[in-house]
Design a binder for this molecule. Structure first.
Ligand SMILES: C[S@@+](CC[C@H](N)C(=O)[O-])C[C@H]1O[C@@H](n2cnc3c(N)ncnc32)[C@H](O)[C@@H]1O
Length: 231
């Protein structure tokens, strides 16, 4: 992967960035996403935010080597503090981190959100708490994807703020659109998850002592939901 050839995961994220967007890519690492989009003429301007020095330098290098320093600003910053009002950001991507981390970044940086930005989120796990945050903060999920690359299942969640929306517990767990579409990638992902959760339950059953009953009941509920969805 580089700024010319994105991974399939980042390529699908790129597909959800509106044409002509002013993008803030938070946790940009090497900066491949904003640089690739800018090289294609797909966005107007970008901020690449990074909290760690080595990836920050890497993003700076990618931007410089592509002669895009006029269009892409690289900032060493924690979460949404990378965004300044004058950036007039219209889309925010936060990719390749746990869903809880993405949620915490959004929660900590709430005051920097105008409410007009599209959020393009690619959590690695922890999708449920992330969807819960979106619902609690009046973000409607516009679309979702599951994709498999290098034996990992990735999810992409695209959301925009609007009228309050209510999702059921199952919708928060599986994703409201994914639950409707039940794509082959979605089914494969949940077949894997089911096998893993059943193994954990068996393990709990053999352990007998020292396993929190609440944890067992939660797992039993998840297994029931997944079985119901997979039919
Ligand atoms: C696994 S990389 C993902 C890079 C890229 N977004 C992608 O999807 O390929 C996660 C990056 O997020 C950065 N990161 C984690 N928490 C962050 C935060 N609160 N603010 C800014 N960057 C953060 C890490 O330093 C790391 O470079």
């Amino acid at each position: 992967m580089n700024e010319q050839t994105l991974s399939m995961r980042l390529e699908r994220v790129a597909a959800h960035v509106p044409a002509g967007a002013r993008l803030a890519d938070i946790g940009s690492d090497h900066g491949y996403l904003p640089v690739a989009l800018m090289r294609r003429g797909a966005i107007e301007a970008a901020v690449a935010g990074e909290m760690a020095l080595t990836p920050f330098r890497s993003a700076e290098r990618t931007v410089r080597e592509n002669d895009l320093s006029q269009k892409i600003t690289v900032r060493l910053a924690d979460g949404l503090t990378a965004i300044e009002p004058q950036d007039a950001i219209t889309a925010i991507s936060i990719c390749g981190m746990g869903g809880e981390t993405i949620r915490d970044i959004l929660e900590a940086g709430k005051v920097r959100l105008s409410g007009h930005e599209r959020l393009i989120l690619q959590p690695n796990g922890g999708e449920q708490p992330l969807r819960q945050w979106l619902m609690d903060n009046d973000y409607r999920i516009l679309c979702e994807e599951v994709l498999r690359e290098n034996r990992f299942d990735y999810e992409i969640i695209v959301a925009e703020r609007g009228d309050p929306v209510t999702y059921t517990d199952e919708e928060l767990y599986f994703g409201p659109h994914q639950l409707q579409a039940r794509s082959p990638a979605f089914v494969t992902k949940w077949q894997h998850r089911l096998r893993h959760k059943q193994q954990t339950l068996n393990h709990f059953g053999r352990a007998r002592h020292g396993v929190c009953e609440h944890k067992v009941q939660d797992l039993v509920r998840q297994v029931r939901w997944i079985n119901d969805v997979l039919g």
